[in-house]
Each structure stands twice: as C-alpha cells, then as structure tokens.
Design a protein around this ligand. Structure first.
Ligand code: ATP
Ligand code: MG
Ligand code: MG
Length: 581
C-alpha cells in the first residue's frame, strides 16, 4: 500500500520521536491502570494515542476520521492506540452503545491489542483516582467547593469582554472545602447543591480558566459503577487525567477543544507537581473535524432522527452512522479512503458528500462482480423467437478481471427490460427502443422494435420486437449490424424477483444543521424509493454481498432483511455523481 500522505500530526509525532521526548524511564511507578503500569509496557519511546468516544450513541462518519487518525498514527509509528470508553456521564450512557462502538471500530479494521496487551479502558475505572486527585487539589489550595447554584455560576462567569466575579465561597478555608467535598461524595447533598471548582482566575481572557467546575453531584446509576458514586467528574477534568494515567503521548481532538488546552495543561502540571502523575505528560493537539455535506453528525440530532421516526433506527441505510453506512453498502475500505483523502487539517472546512461516494466507487469498481438488474420492469416479447425455447448468453463477471470468471443467463421469448428504455414517441437523441428502431440486448442479440400494447389508461404494458438471428454477442456475426443503443434485460422465466431500495440523500440542504437552521425542515421527502425489481439468476443475495448492477451503480444485499429466497438490495451509490443534475 502507498505510504499515507503526511500531515501536521505526523510531523509532530516525528519531531517528538526524534527529540526523544518519550524516551527514558517513563513507566516506573506510574499510577495508571495495571495493564499500563505492569503489563509488560512497550518500549517507552513509543507513542500512545487513544480513541475516547462517549458511549451515548452510535459512532458516525466523523468518528471514523478520529479512529483513522489515532489508530493510524499508532500503526504507522509502531505505537499503541487505546480504545477508551469515556463514560463519565451516566445519565446518557448505555451498555448497548458500548457494544456498538466496539463493533464499529473492529469493523473499520482496527483493534487495540498491542505488545501482548488489550488496550481497552473505561474512564470510570479511574473514578477513584480522580476523586483522590480532587482532594489533593483542594488541599493544595487549587480547588474549592462552591455553593452557588449552576445559574449563579453562569451569571458570574463574565463574558468574552467582561471578567467574571469571584464566588463568595472561593476563599473559604481548605478544611471546609474538603469537608464539603466529602459530604458531596458521601451522598449527603442533593443534585446541584454545590460543585467542586478549580481555583484559577475569574478574570482570565480564556473563559475556560474561570474556575471551571471539576465535579458535580448526580445521584445517577452508572452502567458500570452502579451506585458507587453520586458525584461525577466533568469531561474537562476527567479527560486529561484519563490520558495521563494511560500514558498517552499525543491526545488528539477536534478544534473546538483548542481553548481547553490551557486547562488541560494546568491540571496535569499541577497533579504532576503534587506527585500524582508522572512526566512527561500528554500533550493535546487539535485538528479540524470532518464535516460532510448533506448529513448531520451530532449524536443528539441523530438520536432525534431515530426517536422521532424520521428514519428506521440507528442503522437505517440513510444514517451517517457506521452501522447505517455499513447497511447501505459502504465498505470499511471506502471509509478509510475518505479519511485518508481528507487528511488532517488545522482549519475547518466542508467536504462534499460526493467524495464519500467516490471513495466507495474507487474501492468497489475493481472488485465488485457485475450483474444485471431490471429496476422498473416492462415486458418485451420477441415475437419471432419460439415459445418454450431458450439459450444461454454469457458475460464476464468483471470487464477487466477475466480471472473472476464468467456468468451466463438465459435468453428467451419473454424478457424484462427497463421501462424507460422504451419510448413510443422517442424524444430527440433517444437511441434505445422505439417502434422501427434497432438496439442490442447487451450480451444477446440485436432486436428491431415492432410495436407495443397499452392498457385502458394508455400505459404501455408490453413491447414487441423481432430478433436478428445472426447477431448474437460473441459470435462472428455480432458486428454485422451497427446500432446506437445497448440495453440491459433479463429472461422473464429466469429473472429473480427482488426488492430494491433506491436510497438518496437524507437532506436536501448541503449544511442542514449549520448555524441555527432547523435541520428537520430539510429532510428529503424522496430519500428512499422501494421498487419490485428483478435481478440476474445466480445473483448472491446473502446479507452484505455487493454488486455493481450494470448501468445503475453499487448495491448491497441488505444485512437484516435479504435472504437468497427473498433478496433485498440497497443502492449504495449510483455510478456517477448525478445529484442535482
Ligand atoms: P457528538 O458531538 O456527535 O456527540 P462527540 O464529539 O461528542 O460527538 P465523542 O464520543 O466524544 O463524540 O467523540 C469521540 C471522538 O471522536 C472525539 O475525540 C471527537 O473529537 C471525535 N469526533 C467526533 N466527531 C468528529 C468529527 N466530525 N470529525 C472528527 N472527529 C470527530
Ligand atoms: Mg463528546
Ligand atoms: Mg461533540
């Protein structure tokens, strides 16, 4: 495989490795989890990254970007990437989301086994350490318990131009804060009664340094720790500690966390000074999140789509979740390709959804077998072909890969063709079937259209034609008659009925959730059309099998619903980008 394109993150890693920043006795006495501390730590000069999703929903295409960067850096520089469930917010988190996340990362082709250890962690494993660290911060005069309400704290935080105001509790004696913190921990206080805050600077130009909250009271059951805790750490407090305990070297996150970096460093440096963490400490680096047009990637909005029934679940093939994309027919390779092609950048931008579709085409074009499908069937009768007779036609499974072999399917008197391949009165430039015109039935004979039959409403229900006996594809006479049109078809007797779901974009607006737009107003009313189609005999409709249906694009047998006896195919993408054209 070609070397991945370089980017600023790779430059940072290379510089850190070259300078020996991570060499030395890094792991001795490290208070991290046992597998980091004792479990045959890898060469201390190795980099460590982590992918730290919160288990409050299923992963989406944006997460794939983070997965690809974090696991990719570890792979390319001989390091380790930790899989970490950032489960510090019990009310929103669920066991099934944990399972979904683990499956999705595996599906993308990554695992976290490195140097003999499974690097699989939960933030909740560090709740004990986090609490000890909180007491240490209080004792060092670096944190205090504030008895203002959340509302009061918000009101005294100041603005971008105005400094905040000190809380009346800010300078209370250390012993008093400590006692209050222990009361919080012991469950003596209701939710929201007080909170632990860092003591930094209420006048800092960076609002994130205006005494951020470290712990809040939440009498909530946690899916792993149960009711052991009734106080939970804030993300901004928990995350740097998780990184440090695991010996993470490069903590990569999206740009909106740039303003959090000073607090990240403040916290870790103080805990290291207090002897609770080992140096060198992890460093945070920010990259631009992946923004794809025509989708939304906020988990809250995705949950809303599911809950309100705008889609049929997290794995609806129109969802930008990894389970949805998989069901739609996207391959892990195509998603990797998108991640590589979009690189890592320092400034936010929008990536055209078409780039994802193109990545799928580039992945599947060389390897997906070809087959014929007739999506909107219209009966064609070859009036000069004997009833009850049939013969085989043959085609390559792949036009450029003879080694994939050939397929064959019968030709007979009654065929299915695509309804819009026939026009009783052809528009200008129409080269397909119309009375008097000749076309080639792909892989079969040249035929001449002789007429059609209509129902009472004037709708064409059958087309008639005669075949030219010496013109069969692959025989010496094939080129004796020149035609401008070439159409696909299936034998009516042999074609396999299949339900085909023609998916389109879920939103009609390229940035449905930008600014304060109401994304639901841009739902595409035609995001799916279900047709009763036919597919070539011999098509494998086992769940997850992909084909290129000639002329129409890439399709996958639905993983939930398709069976060989009752095939269901999803259109993954068309052959060309035809959106809006
Ligand atoms: P959401 O805002 O949808 O809830 P999140 O960012 O809060 O998503 P997490 O579970 O915390 O979701 O994310 C795990 C990791 O994935 C984080 O490091 C986050 O920065 C990264 N990530 C999430 N969305 C994107 C994106 N669109 N592009 C790149 N990385 C992303
Ligand atoms: Mg988050
Ligand atoms: Mg977010």
């Amino acid at each position: 495989a070609p070397a991945p394109a370089t980017n600023f993150l790779r430059h940072i890693v290379e510089a850190d490795l070259a300078s020996g920043r991570y060499a030395g006795k890094r792991w001795a006495g490290h208070p991290g989890p046992a597998s980091v501390q004792n479990g045959a730590p890898p060469d201390p000069a190795r980099i460590r990254t982590r992918f730290p999703p919160e288990p409050n929903g299923y992963l989406h295409i944006g997460h794939a970007k983070s997965i690809s960067l974090n696991f990719g850096l570890a792979r390319d520089y001989g390091g380790v990437c930790h899989m970490r469930l950032d489960d510090t917010n019990p009310e929103k988190e669920e066991r099934r989301y944990v399972d979904g996340i683990v499956d999705a990362v595996h599906w993308l082709g990554y695992d976290w086994k490195a140097y003999g250890t499974e690097h699989y962690y939960h933030a909740s494993d560090y709740f004990g350490f986090m609490y000890e660290a909180a007491e240490a911060l209080v004792q060092a005069g670096l944190a205090y318990v504030d008895e203002q309400s959340a509302e009061e704290m918000r009101a005294t935080r100041g603005t971008l131009t105005e400094p905040g105001a000190n809380s009346a509790w800010r300078d209370r004696p250390v012993g008093e804060s400590l006692q209050r913190l222990r009361d919080m921990r012991a469950g003596k206080l209701p939710d929201g009664a007080m909170a632990l805050r860092a003591k930094i600077d209420m006048a800092s130009p960076n609002i994130n340094l205006r005494d951020p909250v470290l712990y809040r009271i939440r009498h909530a059951e946690h899916h792993r720790t149960g009711n052991t805790w009734c106080i939970y750490p804030m993300y901004t407090y928990a995350h740097p500690i998780e990184d440090a305990l695991e010996g993470i070297t490069h903590s990569i996150c999206t740009l909106e966390f740039e303003d959090q970096r000073p607090f990240y460093d403040w916290l870790l440096n103080n805990l290291a000074d207090l002897g609770l963490l080992a140096r060198p400490l992890p460093r945070q680096h920010e990259f631009a999140r992946l923004n794809l047009t025509y989708i939304v990637t906020s988990k809250r909005k995705l949950l809303q789509l599911v809950k309100e029934g705008h889609v049929d679940g997290w794995d609806d093939p129109r969802m930008p979740t990894l389970v949805g994309l998989r069901r739609r027919g996207y391959t892990p390779e195509a998603i990797q390709l998108l991640c590589e092609r979009t690189g890592a950048s320092k400034s936010d931008s929008w990536i055209d959804y078409g780039l994802l579709e193109q990545s799928l085409r580039d992945d599947l074009d060389p390897r997906a077998p070809r087959a014929v499908a007739v999506l909107r069937p219209l009966k064609l009768v070859i009036t000069n072909y004997p009833e009850g007779q049939s013969e085989e036609c043959s085609a390559p499974r792949h036009p450029h890969h003879e080694e994939m072999g050939r397929r064959s399917f019968p030709f007979g008197r009654e065929l299915w063709i695509e309804a819009d391949d026939f026009a009783e009165t052809p528009p200008k430039g129409f080269f397909r079937l119309y009375p008097g015109n000749q076309v080639r039935l792909k892989y079969g004979y040249v035929i001449r259209c002789t007429g059609c039959t209509k129902d009472a409403d004037g709708k064409v229900v059958e087309v008639q034609a005669e075949y030219l006996p010496d013109t069969k594809s692959g025989t010496p006479g094939a080129d004796s008659v020149k035609v401008k049109g070439n159409i696909t078809w299936l034998s009516a007797a042999a074609a396999v009925p299949a339900e085909v779901r023609l998916y389109d974009r879920l939103f009609t607006d390229p940035q449905p959730a930008a600014g304060d737009k109401d994304f639901l107003a841009f739902l595409n009313p035609n995001s799916v059309e279900v047709v009763q189609a036919f597919v070539e005999p011999g098509t494998d409709a086992s769940p997850g099998v992909s084909y290129q249906f000639e002329r129409f694009g890439y399709f996958v047998a639905d993983r939930e619903l398709s069976t060989p006896a009752a095939p269901v195919f999803n259109r993954t993408t068309t052959l060309r980008d035809s959106w809006g054209k």
